[in-house]
Ligand binder design. Structure first.
Ligand code: AMP
Length: 467
């Protein structure tokens, strides 16, 4: 797996100047020796800012609301303290699921699980990844053998719960990763159903790249007195990317895309489209123009996604077209160009998209198309990145008409819900009836009090709201 923070500290400093402020090492974060050994072998030397901020609180057993994106080192930030707690407090009975990590896509689930396997290489902790679109048999088999950590997407997990293959009644640690994407994908009902199977007495972490109201509401329901941390995209990273803006009429976007690919001959270009249908259309149109491209989005089979990603990674595919959702978790380090064929209606998504290029100290180019209907989105983007994106008029489809509409409102809100059904209104909270006793008592406190990892959890869980 390519690392954003490479073990060579020089390149880490190039890509993330903030690393120069690092003064900690993992030892000072009080992690157990088998984890420290694994980190040294993998080549992690200094914690990233999110790790530095999050790990001490998580070791104390606090719930956490984290605003952070993939690429910040967030996986280790949540996985290491959980592994540490599990290692410090081994489970006495047969292996059971003590940690549940939920995330929106198969790619991200696999990536998290890969990371956990690396970190836990010297621990007697087994993890597994579970997602749909593939046969459930192998997953059943692994579950039967017993796992300690389950990394899952919500749909398949619910299926396997309802078939009786998954028991979540011993879960002590619950992580929601990329929660905003899960809500965008319409998973909220599934999430609430899953929550009903998880004990209330647990440590919960919710990470999200953006913090819309719906996430804040969900966090109020599922977190107890959380510590909030926020790792905003490093502005230096954004600055390192060469951004440009092209005003173009909607009907000319296809021609402009082909023009750029033919003229600039980008090595590896990731094209963003808002919808799955849009992705397919672009692939087809590029094909007609003699340019091979593949799409990844939620309707593609696991095999098709892996094939496309594999080819993109090894350089035999020049153009990958993706929706925002599918692009999450793509860990491809040398993307030379990101092209925003459509502007996202959430400005943070733009920052996330362009952050796909310019990784690991390499320069990257991000081009945004803005048509006659997208002026409002452009204004919001420029507001959050606090700069005007330089306009490139030197292209054959430049449109003054599209530019003149920059000040106008978008005609209608463009859909980003990917259609797993309507969102549920939030249920009222009720505070009673929660399960208090657990066979593994987590109601004592503190690593430093000499008690075991499970005993680090707090006593005040009774105040927790229900789902
Ligand atoms: P994430 O945001 O968790 O997807 O991590 C982004 C990349 O950074 C992954 O490839 C990780 O393996 C890598 N990484 C995370 N933490 C560190 C660290 N402290 N030192 C070096 N690399 C890291």
């Amino acid at each position: 797996m390519t690392r954003l923070y490479s073990s060579a500290q020089n390149s880490a400093k190039q890509s993330l100047p903030i690393c120069e402020m690092y003064h900690m090492d993992f030892k000072s974060l009080n992690l157990c020796q088998p984890l420290l050994d694994a980190l040294a072998e993998i080549g992690y030397v200094t914690p990233t800012p999110i790790q530095e901020q999050a790990i001490p609180y998580l070791i104390e057993g606090r719930d956490m609301l984290g605003c952070a994106q993939t690429g910040t080192g967030k996986t280790a930030a949540f996985a290491l303290p959980i592994l540490d707690a599990m290692a410090e407090d081994p489970w006495a009975g047969p292996r059971c699921i003590r940690t549940l990590m939920l995330c929106p896509t198969r790619e991200l689930a696999s990536q998290i699980n890969d990371n956990i396997e690396q970190y836990a290489r010297h621990l007697d902790i087994r993890s597994m990844v579970m997602f749909g679109g593939v046969s459930q048999r192998p997953q059943e088999k692994i579950l039967r053998r017993g796992v300690d950590i389950l990394v899952a997407t919500p749909g398949r997990l619910l299926d396997l719960i309802s078939q009786g293959y998954v028991d979540l009644s011993h879960v002590q640690f619950l992580v929601f990763d990329e929660a905003d994407r899960m809500l965008d994908m319409g998973f909220i009902r599934d999430i609430r159903k899953i929550l009903a199977h998880v004990p209330e007495n647990r440590q919960s972490l919710l990470f999200s790249a953006t913090m819309p109201k719906s996430i804040v509401e969900l966090s109020r329901d599922m977190l107890y007195d959380p510590v909030s941390i926020s790792i905003t995209p490093d502005s230096a990273t954004v600055e390192a990317i060469e951004q440009s803006l092209m005003f173009v009429m909607k009907g000319d976007k296809r021609g402009l895309l082909t023009h750029i690919i033919e003229e600039e001959k980008p090595e590896k270009v990731l094209v963003f489209s808002r919808t799955k249908h849009g992705c397919n259309r672009i692939v087809k149109q590029l094909g007609q123009d003699g340019i091979e491209a593949l799409a990844i989005h939620g309707n593609k089979s696991q095999g098709a996604r892996e094939k496309a990603l594999g080819r993109f990674r090894n350089g035999t595919l020049q153009v990958l077209v993706a929706t925002d959702v599918a692009s999450r978790g793509i860990d491809v380090s040398d993307i030379s160009h990101v092209i925003n064929l459509d502007l996202p209606n959430e400005p943070e998504v733009y920052v996330h998209r362009i952050g796909r290029t310019g990784r690991a100290g390499q320069g990257g180019i991000a081009i945004a198309f803005c048509d006659e209907n997208e002026g409002e989105y452009l204004r919001s983007i420029e507001k959050i990145i606090r700069q005007e994106i330089p306009v490139d008029e030197d292209q054959p489809f430049h449109s003054e008409k599209a530019r003149s509409r920059k000040g106008e409102k978008a005609p209608k809100k463009q859909q980003q819900n990917h259609g797993r059904g309507r969102r549920q209104p939030r249920k009222g909270k009720s505070n009673d009836n929660r399960s208090k006793g657990r066979s593994n008592d987590r109601s004592k406190s503190g690593r430093n009090s000499g008690q075991s990892g499970g005993g680090r959890r707090r006593q005040q869980r009774d105040h927790r709201s229900r789902y």
